[in-house]
Design a protein. Structure first.
Length: 428
């Protein structure tokens, strides 16, 4: 496949090619440059018409089945939202609900430029199947909780899913493990799951310091912060994806940087639940690897990574009162390179570069909000939106072309999602 007439953001040392070609063969990118080499197979040619070609965005933290709870429990603080509304509603979600909710989320993500995502949920097998059917890349993590031996059954189920599905679909599917949080897990649970992830060589996701209450409860119960507790129990490390991290001390930041833990910030969800604003600019200054997530549609109401990326940059500037901090490339790097790192896929995705997987999106050149283009990087971060994504290619396969899905029957999914909500009886 050849993509021509492209404004290419490579994400490789900030290189931008103003009019060039991308050539793919199978799953891989085989050429990127200004001239098309002689002898290239031109059976399939996509004319970008001067549009922006870039690596797909990577949603570093979400809960895909929760699209079925979009708008269900708005305008509540996190702990009331979670314990009074969401957990009871989630108990009603059966395997069909998980499947259709997951496909609905995946469709929204693909439409808005996401080519890979990290998912954490309690019931995951049908979320895995949804990702496999759609063609997206996904790190799906069965979520484990418990203060007694109840975690053991959950962990064994997670291990079974790992053995069955890890590296399926030519590596598109990865099975990670997840711990819900320090307030829903004992130290025994934290240690056991961390050890299992290390033993199996897989990633580990965890919610961290999302609210002031979480921090104060942890200090009261253990005498230390959630970050320090997770470090002491072996949870943190370069294969760990720490979501939120809104309330961090200087010591917490030093621990996260030293352990090479990746932080997935979720600005919209944190604002909507009134949890607070993460100090992302300070994280970067302290050498913390930063990724961006949307969180689930129940707490964000949208899975649009373009909106999330822009908000992340603007919040950093506004809270620091420094327009130069968290520049456009910092935001784009967090939304792509940081996401690849959070998913432990940094050697396969996140760059338009020879040898990397062809995980590519094309933005429509004719959109008025993308005109004119002085800097394609600034244009993507501050001007682009989900509606600008015209084509999505994942692992060399065209998943969406001219905004039409090639792997998802959208009308069927919407119809089944609505029927599922009625069947299981979720209502305000």
């Amino acid at each position: 496949m050849v993509i021509k007439n492209a404004y290419i953001i490579t994400m490789d040392d900030q290189e931008v090619i103003h009019s060039g070609y991308v050539v793919t063969e199978g799953r891989k990118i085989t050429y990127v440059g200004e001239e098309l080499p002689v002898g290239i197979d031109t059976t399939k040619v996509i004319d970008a018409r001067g549009g922006i070609v870039m690596p797909g965005l990577i949603n570093a933290h979400t809960h895909s089945p929760m699209s079925l709870l979009r708008g269900y429990a708005d305008d509540l603080p996190l702990h009331s939202w979670l314990f009074d509304k969401i957990f009871p509603a989630e108990n009603k979600l059966d395997s069909d609900a998980v499947y259709f909710g997951s496909v609905l989320s995946i469709a929204e993500m693909i439409k808005s430029g996401t080519t890979a995502f990290s998912d954490m949920y309690f019931t995951t097998e049908n979320a895995i199947k949804a990702a496999m059917d759609s063609g997206i890349k996904a790190n799906i993590a069965p979520c484990i909780t418990g203060f007694d031996s109840e975690y053991i059954v959950q962990l064994e189920k997670a291990k079974e899913l790992f053995k069955t599905y890890n590296n399926e679909k030519d590596g598109n599917i990865k099975i990670d493990y997840a711990l819900h949080s320090v307030y829903s897990c004992s130290t025994e649970t934290l240690r056991a799951v961390a050890q299992a992830a290390k033993h199996d060589g897989t990633g580990l996701s965890v919610h961290v310091s999302e609210t002031e209450k979480e921090n104060s409860d942890c200090l009261n119960n253990y005498g230390i912060s959630p970050v320090k507790l997770l470090f002491n129990t072996g949870v943190l490390g370069k294969a760990t994806n720490a979501a939120h991290c809104v309330y961090l001390s200087d010591e917490d930041m030093e621990i996260l940087a030293r352990s090479e833990t990746v932080v997935a910030t979720n600005p919209t969800s944190n604002l909507k639940l009134a949890s607070g604003i993460a100090e992302t600019a300070k994280m970067l200054e302290n050498g913390i690897s930063l990724a961006i997530g949307t969180d689930g549609a129940a707490s964000n109401n949208s899975l649009d990574m373009f909106a999330e990326m822009k908000l992340c940059a603007l919040l950093a500037k506004g809270t620091k009162k420094d327009a130069s901090c968290f520049a456009a490339y910092d935001a784009l790097e967090a939304a792509i390179s940081g996401g690849a790192l959070a998913l432990s896929r940094q050697n396969e995705t996140g760059k338009i570069k020879e040898g990397f997987d062809a995980d590519i999106i094309i933005l429509d050149a004719d959109s008025p909000n993308l005109c004119p283009v002085y800097s394609p990087i600034s244009t993507v971060v501050y001007s682009a939106n989900a509606g600008n994504v015209e084509t999505s290619i994942i692992g060399g396969e065209i998943i969406m072309e001219n905004r039409e899905f090639l792997t998802i029957d959208m009308e069927k999914i919407k119809r089944e999602a609505k029927k599922t909500i009625e069947r299981i009886g979720i209502s305000q």
